[in-house]
Ligand binder design. Sequence first.
Ligand code: BGC
Length: 746
Amino acid sequence: MKYINILLIVLLINTMTNAQDKTIEAKIDALLSEMTLQEKVGQMNQYSSFFDVTGPAPAEGENKMRYEHIKTGQVGSMLNVRGAKQVREMQKLAVENSRLGIPLIFGFDVIHGHKTVSPIPLAEAASWDLEAIEKSARVAATEAAAEGLNWTFAPMVDISRDARWGRVMEGAGEDPYLGSRIAEARVRGFQGDDLTADNTIAACAKHFAAYGFAESGKDYNTADVGISTLYNVVLPPFKAAKDAGVLTFMNSFNELNGIPATGDEFLQRDLLKGEWGFDGFIVSDWGSITEMIPHGFAADGVHATEIAANAGSDMDMQSYLYIAHLEKLVEEGKVDEAKIDDAVRRILRVKYKLGLFDDPYKYCDEVREKKLIYAPEHKAAALDIAKKSIVLLKNEKNTLPLAKKRQKIALIGPLADDKTSPLGNWRLAAENNIAVSVLEGMQAYKKNKLTHEKGVNLVTEDTYFHAHVKLNTTDDKGIDAAVAAAKKADVVVMVLGEHGMQSGEGRSRANIGLPGLQQQLLEAVHAANPNIVLVLMNGRPLAIPWAAENVPAIVETWHLGIESGNAIAQVLYGDYNPSGKLPMTFPCDVGQVPIYYNYKNTGRPGPQDVVFWSHYTDQTNAPLYPFGYGLSYTTFKYNDLNINKKGNIVNVSVNVKNTGKTDGEEVVQLYIRDRVASVTRPVQELKGFEKIMLKSGESQTIQFMLTDKELGFYNNRGKFVVEPGAFDVMVGGSSAETLKGEFELE
Ligand code: BGC
């Protein structure tokens, strides 16, 4: 009976959605039939913010031109305009002046939180907590929508195996399975379950595709990716986002196998809009249509326009090319008007779905804006996910948690009192200096004696958003004071890592150790007092072999957002038991990069006595810390791995027991290996996980189900196949430590 009721509800919802869709399509038909070619092209044009909309209209120059374009229906979208009042003013320009009054859609990079900044996406991925991640996106959408925005350029779902690439901070790490689940959670969080609500915004899966495979980790660089990697590693999170209903996609700066993604017909038309049936629109990346010229793919702006429009790039972000050339290209027959109609239909569809035609100002309510920005429940959510994102990497001799009284603690390091770096990169709406620093977080524990020394400054001058970080590599005058403080302390807490602007777009690094003079500071302090807790703050995996060897406790805290210091202090003092697991492998040495857990075995996996096997002669193959790894203040024991096969469905169960004295959370991970296949498969692939809470002494049996979806793979023709044969199953609390079993698929 219950089942029938659910079925009826699902059918009803489907019928209602279909009816809604039909109404929307009919409205689009009617509108399209009224639009001039110029107005259609206008919908495909997006500008960035250009003047104070509440001030006087620009009298001359480019701003005047763009202002006029909005008034004459030649702009479909704006980015980087925010604030209920500002958005309303700009929306008015379009709605009240243009012939058809089509509302603008307002886009913005709402990447991790909005005003209430949450942890960087890589950090959130370390929580493996899909509910908390969804909540974080929900909070971000609520604040962004309250500021008049209706579209975020997130989630970035690019898989990357290269810690040199600065944008790993913005993604979910190296694994396509984890990345897919997180992509879905973020789309759900941003878009909610009612797109017409005033607190949900359109999401955008980016950057389509393979941007995270930039050669040598250098941003914007060439990506050369084989079919197997493309289909099995790069594309799955995009497909997952599409299936979760993401309304838009963004293409990408990079070329993929010789074709700039922005001009790639296979990716955009054949695959995404064709095979996958995506009915939203694709926005170019910033100026990426023009960039096809230096790529050597387009001769000039006219040519670039023709290529991008034909390839299925629906909206031009900041190249100014569609608006300049597209009409003429249609008239000349170089771009079919049906393609323009299709692009415009997609853009209008998203606007209709968001309810912008019903009320173009529905996001523009200054009272709501005031009420929702920095709402206490948003801060609470930011703190919750910040704690969950922390990964305990090492804890020898129970150095952590710290005792809460009668301790002399020296807090040392350039990031200890930093209130801006913890906000990380890509937090365009945030004010500087608003994060709780580690110093402030630790000061809340009053029964210990806390002294603070910077030791060194990480940067030599204040940096603003788009400036390059200038590192301090010479001024070591503060080291003596830090050493003196360390000598007097029972425990030293050192906060080292990357300045908030050392990762992110354009911030690739060739060296991924501790930047500036921090290694020198660490070693000097260690010589004086080795009882160190190293708190790392960074936007990418770091190569820190010396610290891993010599420092007794290491806590990875990434850039944790506005509640950073509170979250860190609660973990250091044991008020929260760390539960994060690495979403990306930490290398011992930058020379090992790209390094990832789901590698292929090769014909010479070794190890063997003679030198001729796949390895380095001067460095181990092993990572410093593997994917999925993270400690807790308690211990978990895995037992009773059971594998039960019924037809082609494999049920796996495992018993997990909290064997320590503290309650704690564990991420139970399931990996498989397809031993022999028509295309070689990785030595390990994550295919399931569950985060569970176990009280001290408690145990729980966890069940996983493997179906064709998990057991199959894409072959070298891009075809999904499930092949018979032997599989290994690995279950554990990290990719490196697992119980093992096997089964055979007929
Ligand atoms: C980035 C995109 C971003 C866009 C708009 C580009 O530089 O690659 O991810 O959404 O700018 O800010």
